[in-house]
Design a protein around this ligand. Structure first.
Ligand code: DGT
Ligand code: CA
Ligand code: CA
Ligand code: ZN
Length: 580
């Protein structure tokens, strides 16, 4: 079992306990443990095999350690089975719908016998939900919309989660000496924010043996189909994996074909035809008829690597993140592809939390982690007081924090610490910190953490009002969405971006793979409207600083170059650009 699966079981336990109305501390304990497990870098199953003491991990006590051992050894958890005898496990799915927490799910079950998504839908359709106290017509409509959205996105896994399954699988495949090359193509390689499946390509010296080796990967739940050159399996997480074995001389053509996107491929193929060529997953050919049923008919022109495939079509090689038919083929033809931003170009991280609010590491630990990543500067941006549950800071606390920042800065002259704060935008667009304090910060982030469901007009007005405050530097996670979990707020994004550009406020690309906010398309628009952009991890622990690459990947999908992103600038230039 991979960490992410262990975490999912612990999360389900927490959700069931919450529906049962259990002790909040007990629920928290499971949620905290799930989070630690999900983000732990080393596979816990290895620690269990080596009989390490799991209670040395943060948030893991004796009970939790036993649960993890049980999951690793048996693949399931007795406690979860027991709990689901009292409360149907399917209710957990309902609590994941926006606007439907544990309490409401419980009530729907008690009052209407709703257990599944289908039950919920029919109850809403016959109007039964509207009559329940505390629900009403509006809630019922929202539930129907939420179900609809949920169904559409189901089956797409967040890229960060997909990585957690892809990396161990690739390690496993590479450990086989018959495997000469292996890569994941598809939307995964294009780094789309969610993926439906993993499309794995392999060059193998012994195809049959390697297929057998693949289909005996321990994390497989079910082998859907298994052939000589292609197999499809489903992992225990539900993620589907298609594996294809290809000939070495076709590897580049296959990689290009299965990387897609489909629209990019269609355009490439048309281009080949215009040049008297035939492009397929086997290669680029001149002459020969595909209809004859022989994919190798004609003269083989290219196919071994992607470079020669693109070259044979008169194109520069196109980075996978751009292959969405958004003008990349035309740009490649004119040798005008952008010089895309890389993680190496990032000189500092401008959003992170510490133990002063809801972060898990101290200021100094965060600093050392930034130094270890080679940063020139970073901003500490704890929450403001409106976010009471995170221990958000008021003016007095913030002053205390500055004293500590000054002390630490003195001990670590090699990196610039910026005094920052992630200040809540209150319901009326005012900021959750006094002007006198705002004026003394090096960087002011503002963000919405409440009243996500204001009417669109009011929401737009609220955010634009906040952008107008002269101390503000960055609009953080502008849409507030959490992928597969909370829909973006409804507001006029274009008007907000325009207002940010006019007032010299940068917009954030929040790099956390649960957020990726703004998304790729919105970022393209932001740049078009003249907004400055920053990429920040929103780290809540030192290891989160490594999530920067997820932000950079989406920035690449948005065609961004280093000059489009403020935190590629050296410190003094950054400071100058932040001045409004
Ligand atoms: P996904 O899986 O929905 O996240 O997105 P993709 O892009 O990975 O889609 P998938 O797995 O269906 O197919 C992988 C690639 O294979 C796709 O990006 C392009 C190529 N491909 C699949 N079906 C077709 C097709 O009918 N025509 C063309 N031209 N290419 C296709
Ligand atoms: Ca795919
Ligand atoms: Ca596929
Ligand atoms: Zn935030």
């Amino acid at each position: 079992m991979e960490n992410i699966e262990i975490a999912a079981v612990l999360q389900n336990v927490a959700d069931l306990l919450e529906i049962k109305g259990a002790n909040p501390f007990r629920i928290r304990a499971y949620r905290n443990a799930a989070q630690v497990v999900a983000e732990w870098a080393a596979p816990l199953r290895k620690l269990v095999e080596e009989e390490c003491d799991l209670t040395e991990l943060p948030s893991i006590g004796k009970d939790m350690a036993r649960h993890i051992e049980e999951l690793v050894s048996r693949g399931e958890l007795m406690l979860l089975q027991e709990l689901s005898q009292d409360v149907p496990l399917s209710l957990v799915e309902l609590t994941r719908l926006p606007g439907l927490g544990a309490k409401k799910a419980r009530k729907l079950w008690d009052e209407l016998g709703v257990e599944t998504l289908d039950d919920l839908e029919s109850a809403a359709e016959r109007g039964a939900i509207a009559t329940l106290p505390g629900f009403g017509e509006k809630t019922q409509d929202k539930i129907l919309t939420a179900i609809d959205r949920y169904r559409k996105r189901r089956g797409r896994m967040k890229l960060g989660d997909a990585d957690q399954h892809a990396v161990p699988l690739l390690d496993y495949l590479r450990a086989n000496p018959e495997v000469k090359r292996v890569e994941v193509a598809g939307s995964y390689r294009r780094r789309r924010e969610t993926v439906r499946d993993l499309d794995v390509l392999v060059i193998a010296t012994q195809a049959e043996a390697v297929m057998g080796y693949f289909t005996s990967y321990p994390d497989i739940k079910q082998v859907e189909s298994s052939g000589e050159t292609r197999s499809t399996v489903v992992l225990r997480s539900g993620l589907q994996v298609d594996l294809r074995i290809v000939a070495p001389q076709s590897y580049g053509a296959a990689l290009s074909y299965f990387t897609g996107s489909k629209e990019h491929n269609v355009k490439l193929r048309m281009r080949a035809i215009q040049r008297g060529l035939r492009l397929s997953e086997y290669g680029v050919f001149r002459g020969g008829e595909e209809e004859a049923g022989d994919p190798w008919a004609g003269e083989f022109v290219a196919g071994r690597d992607e470079n020669e495939v693109y070259e044979s079509l008169g194109l520069a090689w196109i980075p996978p993140e751009l292959r969405e038919n958004r003008g990349e083929i035309e740009a490649a033809e004119r040798s005008e592809l952008p010089d895309l931003i890389t993680v190496g170009a990032i000189r500092g991280d401008l959003q992170m939390h510490s133990t002063w609010s809801d972060g898990k590491n101290t200021l100094e630990e965060m600093l050392e982690a930034c130094v270890a990543r080679g940063y020139e500067y970073f901003a500490i941006t704890d929450h403001s007081k409106a976010l009471a549950m995170t221990g958000g800071l008021d003016g007095a606390k913030l002053r205390e924090q500055w004293t500590e920042i000054d002390e630490i800065a003195e001990r670590h002259p090699g990196i610039e610490i910026m005094r920052g704060m992630e200040v809540d935008i209150l319901g009326d667009g005012a900021l959750d910190l006094e002007d006198a304090m705002l004026a003394q910060l090096d960087i002011v982030l503002i963000s919405v953490h409440s009243r996500f469901d204001l009417p669109p007009g009011d929401q737009t007005e609220r955010i634009i009002k906040a952008l107008g405050h002269p101390a503000v530097n960055v609009l953080a996670h502008p849409t507030g969405r959490q992928i597969n979990r909370r829909d973006p707020m409804q507001f006029d994004l274009d008007a907000v971006l325009q207002s940010a550009a006019d007032s010299g406020v940068a917009v954030e690309l929040n790099a956390h793979p649960d957020r990726l906010d703004l998304n790729d398309v919105q970022l393209m628009r932001a740049r078009e409207l003249g907004c400055d952009i920053v990429i920040s991890t929103d780290a809540h622990r030192t290891t989160d600083l490594d999530l920067m690459r997820y932000g950079v990947e989406q920035a690449r999908r948005a065609w961004l170059q280093p000059a489009d992103v403020l935190n590629t600038l050296p410190f003094t230039e950054l400071v100058r650009r932040l001045q409004r």
